[in-house]
Design a binder for this molecule. Structure first.
Ligand SMILES: Nc1ncnc2c1ncn2[C@@H]1O[C@H](COP(=O)(O)OP(=O)(O)O)[C@@H](O)[C@H]1O
Ligand SMILES: [Mg+2]
Length: 326
């Protein structure tokens, strides 16, 4: 299951992603956690100290390796240089799985221990001005998009991405790569304006978007969110003393998280798991192709000097039954 947490800066994306990751890990579920937010804080929210977080390898620095591994023996992708962030897999491509070792995880993922259970953490790396361009060849989130487009995950396996709701993810197609997108919103006009924007972009792409209200205190906050986002509101989370203690560098055991917040996390997981039955693998692949053609036309063909439409394998559908090539 591929899950995104998006929202305004400061709304609580990183906090709620990290709580959800801890919740899954506590249950023994395999998790790949990805920090694709402009402010790279997921490692810290998962309990890494400054030095450990700083030592995490950046996916952005390993793009050539990622591309070379994923293209495998795909005859339609003749070099890593012609592979852009939207290049879709096809016959011969290598796929990633949540539960395996592979060179991409070796280079880019590190285990993080959470109350005795380990999850894999990957981070894009610190963003610079150049990363925020809409059509960037070396885009750091591009590394994440490539991995998501080559990742086959089954029920009970989770890829949780903490990401920004910026224009980058809309231009590239990144926002369509998830089974479910949790939009974290505080009960404020700004909080819900990001929701409206996202909803508007997502409308034509069958994106499953649910709002998670955060820092919600009392009935007035709840009424406000209900009035503004209607049925898209899945659950609300209040101020958490557990989170505050964690931020002080003294995380209590996760089992001590407040019961209402644990309940909220269970609801998130139920919502995630329910999307599996509705998965449409053909649509997923079709959208991948749609955004690839769009990026090819707008900058990719010119930048690589190749006709990137030729990279599309018309017979390929990404799904768990696809066997990765050696
Ligand atoms: N439910 C909560 N209870 C207590 N503190 C919270 C909660 N949600 C967020 N915070 C705090 O608010 C700040 C911003 O949250 P963060 O998750 O970093 O936002 P984002 O990733 O969206 O920018 C952090 O200091 C975080 O600890
Ligand atoms: Mg954040």
């Amino acid at each position: 299951m591929k899950i995104a947490f998006v929202g305004k800066g400061g709304s609580g994306k990183t906090t709620l992603s990290s709580l959800f990751i801890r919740h899954l890990a506590a249950d023994g579920a395999p998790v790949v956690a990805v920090d694709a937010d402009i402010n790279q804080h997921l490692g810290a929210a998962l309990g890494l100290d400054e030095a450990e977080a700083a030592a995490l390898p950046a996916m952005g620095a390993h793009l050539p390796l990622i591309k070379d591994y994923l293209r495998g023996t795909n005859p339609r992708i003749t070099s890593a240089d012609t592979m852009i962030k939207t290049t879709p897999p096809g016959e011969g491509s290598r796929l990633l799985r949540v539960r395996e070792d592979n060179p991409v995880y070796d280079a880019c993922a590190r285990p993080v221990e959470l109350d005795g259970r380990a999850v894999r953490l990957m981070v894009t790396g610190t963003f610079t001005d150049a990363d925020l361009g809409v059509a960037c060849y070396h885009s750091k989130t591009g590394a994440v998009e490539l991995c998501l487009n080559h990742l086959v995950d089954g029920p009970g396996e989770y890829v949780v991405v903490d990401m920004t709701a910026g224009s980058d993810s809309f231009a590239s197609g990144m926002f369509t790569r998830f089974d479910i997108t949790f939009l974290v919103a505080e009960p404020t006009r700004k909080g819900v304006s990001v929701y409206r924007q996202y909803k508007e972009y997502a409308r034509d792409f069958d994106v499953t978007l649910r709002v998670v209200g955060n820092k919600v205190q009392g009935p007035d906050d709840l009424d406000f969110l209900r009035a503004e986002v209607g049925d898209d509101l899945l659950v609300t989370v209040g101020h958490s003393d557990w989170v505050r203690a964690m931020e002080k560098g003294r995380p209590p055991r996760f089992a001590l998280l407040e019961e209402p917040n644990r309940h909220a996390l269970r609801l998130l997981r139920t919502a995630v798991d329910a999307t599996y039955q509705r998965r449409d693998r053909e649509r997923y692949t079709r959208q991948m192709v749609h955004f690839h053609l769009k990026n090819a036309r707008s900058w990719g063909n010119e930048r690589t000097g190749a006709d990137l439409a030729a990279q599309i394998d018309p017979g390929f559908v990404l799904g768990e039954n696809v066997t990765a090539s050696a």
